[in-house]
Design a protein. Structure first.
Length: 340
């Protein structure tokens, strides 16, 4: 099953790559639909005890979107993820990966400035969570601040308002009345949410500089808790260095016995310095205080990026960490990512 799945995905990728009117990274048009996506292969060489060297297909994702008419503009993203290619002590293909329905929604263009979105979508909590594709972000190792302990997805509806004036922010309001549609496996996402609501305000863009405020309230279904998360994130490019950051604070309520703290907080600061047109140096520091942990975690990432094309990127990075074990391990990590 695993080899057949990989063969089918490889055939799809090769078919798109060899199409006559296809440009890598722009997708392929089939009638009103545009098909595109990305893929990432990762190598992990952790230095901590009991951790094994592993090479795996992190994910291969396919996007499909169509612009049919004003009120019908569907979008979907499906992915095959976490497929081990080799694990130390277990050999090649020790287990199968999994299929995930990442997103599926429709955009109804109410006016030129107002969009009504219905379906499963990414929650607008920080820039990283919204773009999230490995080839589009600076490091393979994702900061805890950008995904841990809030709902990354919304299954419900949202209103997106883009005023197209400099002095007014883009605004998104969203609500999820039930639980998430077809969530990821419990091992990768052990906490589940319902009754998710939030607001996102954003000024500027990633080219001229941007800053955003996000507030999300949710009820946890796997714990006896409710929470409200406040996040500020921003990006600014000085040409010789690009700075990005995200900080958050969460207030937590309920009678969960595992909880040691009634709040969480954390944040990261990341610097990307271009050395040449293709090479860049990356550095990031993060601190994260988690509700169940006695101590906080601090981690640092130092890396190099090399882009053979604008849509193809190689990454090599070294990660240091101390404090609580929250899922980031020390060691050397490498990846190859491509947008197609």
């Amino acid at each position: 099953m695993v080899k057949q799945t990989l063969s089918a995905l490889l055939l799809l990728y090769c078919s798109l790559s060899n199409a006559g009117d296809y440009t890598l990274g722009n997708g392929y048009d089939i009638g009103p639909w545009n098909l595109s996506g990305y893929s990432t292969i990762e190598l992990h060489v952790p230095t901590q005890q009991q951790k094994k060297i592993s090479l795996f297909l992190d994910e291969i994702a396919v996007f499909g979107q169509a612009r049919l008419f004003q009120y019908l503009n569907p979008f979907f993203e499906i992915e095959y993820a976490n497929q081990p290619l080799y694990t130390e002590g277990k050999g090649g293909f020790p287990k199968a990966g999994r299929f995930d329905l990442e997103r599926v929604y429709n955009d109804a263009l109410v006016t030129s400035k107002l969009t009504f979105r219905l379906g499963k979508m990414l929650a607008p909590v920080g820039e990283w969570n919204q773009i999230h594709a490995n080839p589009l972000v600076a490091t393979e190792i994702r900061p805890l601040t950008t995904y841990l302990n809030f709902s990354e997805f919304v299954t419900g509806f949202s209103f997106i308002y883009s005023p197209e004036t400099e002095w007014l922010p883009d605004i998104e309001l969203y609500y999820q009345p039930w639980t998430e549609l077809i969530p990821k496996g419990i091992k990768s996402r052990p906490v589940r949410y319902k009754n998710v609501s939030g607001i996102h305000l954003q000024y500027g863009d990633e080219f001229s500089g941007q800053i955003a405020l996000s507030i999300q309230h949710a009820e946890l279904t796997t714990r006896k808790e409710r929470q409200t998360v406040y996040t500020i994130d921003g990006i600014y490019d000085f040409e010789f260095i690009k700075l990005s950051s995200q900080i958050f604070y969460a207030s937590i309520y309920g009678s969960e016995i595992k909880r040691r703290h009634n709040n969480e907080w954390g944040g990261y600061l990341q610097l990307v310095t271009p050395v040449t047109e293709r090479w860049a140096l990356v550095g990031r520091g993060e601190t994260f205080k988690q509700r169940d942990a006695i101590e906080s975690q601090q981690n640092a990432v130092f890396g190099i990026n090399y882009r053979t094309y604008s849509t193809v990127i190689w990454k090599l990075e070294y990660v240091l960490h101390r404090g609580a074990d929250l899922g980031i391990n020390e060691g050397v990590f490498g990846s190859f990512g491509v947008m197609f």
